[in-house]
Structure formats: C-alpha cells, structure tokens
Write a protein that binds this ligand. Structure first.
Ligand code: NOJ
Length: 711
C-alpha cells in the first residue's frame, strides 16, 4: 500500500479515527473487559467506533477475528484494525516477572522469553505488545518495580534490547513476530513516595543519566512504538511534553515510529491542571507529537474542528496518521488483516511442552539465594515440614499475566513430593495464630521446616503501591515459631518487590523466588533439592527499613560521606539505621563457593582510542557445578559533575564445572569511561578511574587506571 496515496483518500474524520485506540468492548459489547483502568463511556457514536484505528487488550483469536471482520465489513478504505495488548512476561506460558528475569543477569533469556511470547500471542491476532517496560526505579514501594529490570541503567539497557529483538526479530512482518512498544516515557519509575501515578520531579541530569537510557536502548534496538507515562516531567505531563516527544525522541534519537498515550493519559492532562478541558488536551497532544490516544476521546471529539479552524495544521495530523498507517503496512496487515490469528494454531502453539520447559529454564536462573547457613540444598535424610500459604498456592504467575492461568500451575507441595522430598507435614496456615496444638506436634517431628510465604499477586503491579514493606499478615511468625522449636528453617519467598526482611533473618536460608511463572514451583523444587544451584543476583537493593528508601548502590558520595571505622558525628548517616541496604545490588549466593583473585589490567594508562584488558581469576572451590555472575564497576574519581561511588559497566555469566578455575577478562574501552552530561551528550574527562570486579557490588577487588590524552 502506498501510504501517501491512501492518506490523500481519507477525510479528516477518517484520519483522526486512526489515532483512536479503544477496548474490544466497544465493538462487541459482550467482550470481557481486561484492560486495567477505569472503563469509560467515551461519548463515541457507533460511526466513530468503526473508524478507530486500534484495539487494546484482546483475549484470543476468536475474539480478534470476530472484531476485525465486523470492522472491515463496514470499512470504506479497508484499513485493518491494529490489535495491541499487554504481553509482559509471557502470553499463556508465563515466565518470571521482569524483575526476577533481570536477576538472571542473562539478557539472552529475555530474548527467549520475548520470542516465545510473540509466537504465542500472534496466534490470537495480537500485533503489538506494550512491552518492555524500561522504567528504572529506586523505590520498592512502587508496585510496578515488578514489571521492570531493577535499579541499574546498564542492566535495563541490556534486557530491554533483547526483549525488542525477541518480539520483532529482523522483520516484524514475518509470521511469529509482533511489534514492541517500549514504555513509559519518561521517568515513570521516579514517582514521589513510590505512590503510583504520582508526581515526578527530577533534575535534567538525572533524567538523562539515569532514566532515559533504558527507553533509548529499546528505540535503538528498533522498537516500533513508545508509550508516554502518566506523570509530569519538568511540570509538563509526559503525554503532551514537547521536549520529550519532539526534541528528545524525534530530533535527538531519530525515532520514526508511533507514539501512544497511556490509558486515558491524554484526558488526564486536564486533571494535572495543564489543560482546561479535553479540547485543549487535544490541541496540546497533537502539537507535542502524540500520535495515538489510548482510551480517551479528545482527538476524536475536537481535532477535526481544530483543523477546520486552522488552530492545528493538517500536516501535524497527516504526520501522526502516516506513522500509524506505516506501522500497519510494516506489520503486513494490509496483505492479511487477520495475520497470525488462528484458533487451530492457538491450540497447538500456546503453552506447549517446549515453551513450558523454556519457562522453567529461565525460572531456574532468576531465583536469588539471599542467605544460606547450610540448610540448602536439602539434606535427603532429613524429615521436612512445609508450612505457609504458598505451600499450596498455585498463584506464581504474578501481575500482568492475564492470558495465563494459575490453576494450571503446580503447588510447591506437589513439586517437592514429585522431587522426592520426604514431606512429613504440610500446612497452609498464614501465621502462627492459625496453627493448633496438633500442628505443633506434627512440626515437632520435622528436622527442617520450609516456610513458603510472601505477598499475594495483588500486592504488586499497577496501582499496587505500599508504604510498608514488611512481610505481610504476620507470616514471619511462622519463621519465629519454627526457630523457637529449634528447627532448621528455609524460607521460600514469593513477592513482586524488594521487601524488608529483618523479621525473618533468623531463618537459616532464604530463597527469593519472586513470581517465577508457569513453572515456578518445578524450578524451585529443583533448586531446593540441589539438582540445580541458584545463580541469580539482585538487581534492586533490599532496604533495611522503609525510611531508608531510596537506597541504591550507585549513589553519589555527598560532601560529608560516612567512612566506616571513622567516627564523626557530622557526616551523612542515620541515627537509627545503617546507610547500607540489607541485601545489596548484585548480591546472590550459590551452592558452589567462588573465590576471586588477582585482578590485573593489561596496562595502567590508555587514551580514548585504546582498549585495555581487565582480568581476574575466578575459581569454583566446590564439587558443585554452577553459574556465576562476575560484575565490573567503575568509579570516576574527579569530574565536573559529581559521580556515583560505583557504576556497573560490564558483567558476565559463566558456567563452572566442579573445582574449575577460569580467567575472566573484560575489554575496557572509552565507552566504559564516559558519562552523560546535562545536555544528554556522552562525554569523558581525562584522569584517574577505579575499576572494581567481583561477585557483588559490595565485594570487589579494585585497581586504578588513568585515561590520558592521545599523543
Ligand atoms: C496502563 C498501564 O500503565 C500500561 O502499562 C498498560 O500498557 C496500559 N494500561 C494498557 O493496558
């Protein structure tokens, strides 16, 4: 299809229709409403509904085919509808939640997850997924940290890039591929107090250095769409923010794809107090460069008049509609409006054995062993009791998995039994008060107690922020009870965010499993029984208490840093808690024991066009085969702009056979020594840097190098 010619044939009203996105509900009233957010009557006539350009939140092939058919029967120009949905960590085969996935430090797994998600989702006629979420966050109170890749820009970049490749591959038109919509542009994760949809107030520097690189990585990887965020940036709602949508996105990043609002966020500009009503919101949106309006009707009700009155140039509308039509063309919808949708294929491809196996493999790498005093892996000779609500629950899919079915998953009880664990007693009591004397007698017979606790799947995700991060509903009392009974205690945690774990620290072992998806408990059983060693490491710091938040590893030094071992009252610290987090970024244990020795650099000085090799010897000192994540950080000692105490620059995940020793090398180049300044440029300054390599952000060997001028 020649997009220009097609555009010329459309009336203004038909063009504006392409910018409207509504739920399936509007076409077929009986369709279930699965989108999150208030579903409003948008004051749309049936005519307008059947001119709209895209649909969000489709359930399955049958529904998609029905709506597309109904629509095309009434469509003059035969421009197919575009179907979009939130496929966040799997379609029906559910994978670990993104925060868990990032703890694998293995971006290749993100590719695999996105690939399978695309293959499954396209069978229902979904053409675009609202994923990946590239929002960096330092606030675990925010429920949406579960959908992101943690607190570090480099890790986020690596993961979102692979997600985009996995969804779209080389050519998004090919069968099995779907387009990726990165979100939420910009800085949604920086909301005040961790309260969802709240205000964001950031320095430009922080925006450029910390929050923008993730979205940019997705755009550079070829993401076809970008979604604006609910928040303001510099006082202007992101959805109508020209600086974001034109200066940065179009001029600096050269993005040519489609911009889309978040759910109702164009209308919400009115609630932000930045437009007097929907009419002004429409004007501000189109001027700022917002193409599709999701789930509100500002454009559809006011834009035509604004064009007629020459308040808005038709060129702006054509630009936006041209991008939407181009996307439809790139996806191959003009050739086949039902692309991918197939009830038969859906039955075979979705939640297949291979896909479930892949999900299990990813789950195995995503769990993090936070603490282990030898209770894990489980000693086969011990009698084991399993208590806590998650002993019998199957709700391991986590938030944003609405095509997935938790009922098809297995409970920890069942996977432990099939894994050969001698379970002498199982109780799903939530806390100590729900146990009676008989329960205590049974517990008494066990040598080791597994306590399976955490948050419900409704306690994280969109709109699910919290001000307290303790283990909820007094579940920690189960740990205290088992310890009082002098049992070995293993805690298995199911949750969507870093929690404050001070109430369960007396446990011998803590395995953080987040929400690992369809095969969560299969993977957890393999880890608990030692058939596999945990290898995940944290990508978000675990605070000691809520008052410490934000607590993150790549913080600035301050002018009065606290130096361990030196007493000085007038430094930056708290009277009642340490500065450090409880479990730091990069932390995660293995059943194997690794030693790191002999950090060396191939030269001490290099100029910007040179490279140097950083090497360290890593040895597995155990008979256990395992994966280990080796992390490289840098510190820029002196520069015009204050720098973090450390910043992750490179990482490797390596497999070690029993007692194997390897020299791990990193090629260091100028890109590891640059920084982003307050105009968004990548710059460097000559001088001394520290290079740190180790198994976690707080356990590194360090060496200084110097960046010198070229001769
Ligand atoms: C609102 C959420 O913020 C966004 O992430 C999601 O993609 C849309 N709703 C559509 O469901």
């Amino acid at each position: 299809v020649n997009i220009k010619e097609l555009l010329n044939k459309l009336t203004t009203e038909e063009k504006i229709g392409q910018l409207l996105q509504i739920a399936p509900f509007f076409f077929v009233k009986e369709a279930e409403i699965e989108v999150q957010g208030e579903v409003k009557d948008l004051y749309l006539s049936s005519k307008k509904i059947f001119l709209s350009g895209s649909v969000l939140g489709i359930r399955n092939a049958e529904e998609m085919i029905k709506i597309q058919k109904l629509y095309l029967e009434r469509s003059k120009h035969q421009i197919p509808l575009l179907f979009m949905a939130d496929i966040i960590h799997g379609y029906e085969t559910i994978f670990p939640v993104p925060l868990a996935l990032s703890c694998s430090w293995n971006p290749k797994l993100a590719y695999d997850m996105a690939r399978i998600s695309a293959v499954e989702a396209q069978t229902s006629g979904i053409h675009v997924t609202f994923s990946p979420m590239a929002d960096l966050s330092r606030d675990p109170r925010w429920g949406r940290v579960v959908e992101g890749f943690g607190e570090d820009p480099e890790l986020i970049k690596a993961f979102v890039e692979q997600m985009v490749y996995g969804y779209q591959q080389k050519n998004v038109k090919d069968e099995g591929n779907i387009a990726s919509c990165v979100k939420h542009f910009a800085a949604y994760g920086a909301i005040e107090g961790g309260r969802d949809y709240n205000t964001v107030d950031l320095s430009r520097l922080s925006l450029y250095q910390t929050y923008l690189p993730g979205y940019k990585a997705a755009i550079d990887a070829g993401a076809k769409l970008i979604m604006t965020s609910f928040n303001v940036v510099d006082g202007i709602p992101a959805t109508i923010n020209k600086h974001l949508l034109r200066d940065i996105l179009r001029d600096q990043w050269k993005f040519e794809g489609v911009t889309i609002s978040d759910y109702d966020s164009l209308h919400q500009v009115v609630d932000h107090g930045c437009a007097a009503g929907d009419e002004e919101a429409s004007l501000l949106g189109i001027q700022a460069g917002l193409d599709i309006e999701m789930a509100s009707s500002c454009y559809v009700r006011y834009l035509a008049k604004q064009i007629e009155d020459h308040e808005v140039e038709i060129g702006l509308l054509d630009e936006a509609v041209g991008r939407v039509l181009t996307l439809k063309e790139e996806l191959g919808l003009f050739d086949n409006p039902y692309k991918g949708a197939s009830i038969e294929k859906e039955l075979v491809l979705v939640r297949s054995k291979e896909h479930l196996e892949a999900s299990k493999k990813i789950a195995l790498e995503s769990a993090v062993l936070l603490q282990n005093n030898g209770a894990l892996p489980l000693n086969r000779k011990l009698k084991v009791a399993l208590i806590g609500p998650y002993s019998k629950l199957k709700t391991t899919n986590g938030p944003w998995s609405w095509h997935g079915n938790n009922d098809l998953n297995h409970s920890l009880e069942s996977t432990l039994i099939s894994g050969g664990v001698d379970l002498i007693y199982v109780s799903s009591a939530e806390n100590e008060s729900e146990l009676n004397a008989n329960d205590s007698n049974e517990l008494e017979k066990a040598d080791l107690v597994i306590v399976a606790i955490g948050e419900s799947i409704r306690e994280s995700g969109e709109a699910h922020s919290k001000s307290m991060l303790d283990i909820p509903r007094n579940q920690a009392s189960l740990v205290r009870l088992a310890k009082k009974m002098k049992k070995q205690v293993v805690v298995v945690l199911y949750n969507g965010r870093p929690l404050c774990l001070d109430t369960i620290l007396e446990a011998d072992s803590i395995l953080e499993t987040w929400f690992l998806g369809s095969m969560a408990n299969e993977a957890i059983a393999l880890l608990l029984t030692g058939k596999k060693s945990p290898s995940g490491k944290l990508t978000m710091s675990f605070p000691r208490n809520v008052g410490q938040i934000p607590v993150y590893y790549n913080h600035l030094t301050t002018g009065r840093p606290k130096v361990e071992g030196h007493y000085n009252e007038y430094v930056s610290y708290y009277l009642d808690v340490e500065n450090s987090p409880l479990f730091p970024f990069g932390h995660g244990l293995s059943y194997a024991t690794f030693t790191y020795e002999g950090l060396t650099v191939s030269k001490e000085k290099m100029n910007p066009s040179e490279q140097m090799t950083v090497s360290i010897r890593v040895k597995n000192n155990s008979e256990i085969e395992a994966l280990e994540i080796i992390q490289l950080y840098r510190r820029d000692y002196v520069s015009k702009i204050a720098k973090p105490v450390k910043e992750l620059k490179q990482f490797k995940k390596e497999h070690f056979k029993p007692f194997e020793e390897k020299t791990i090398s990193f090629e260091l180049s100028i890109k590891d020594l640059t920084y982003i300044n307050d105009t968004g440029e990548n710059v460097y300054e000559y001088g001394k840097f520290q290079i740190m390599v180790g198994p976690s952000s707080i356990d590194t060997q360090n060496i200084d190098i110097v960046l010198i001028k070229e001769d």
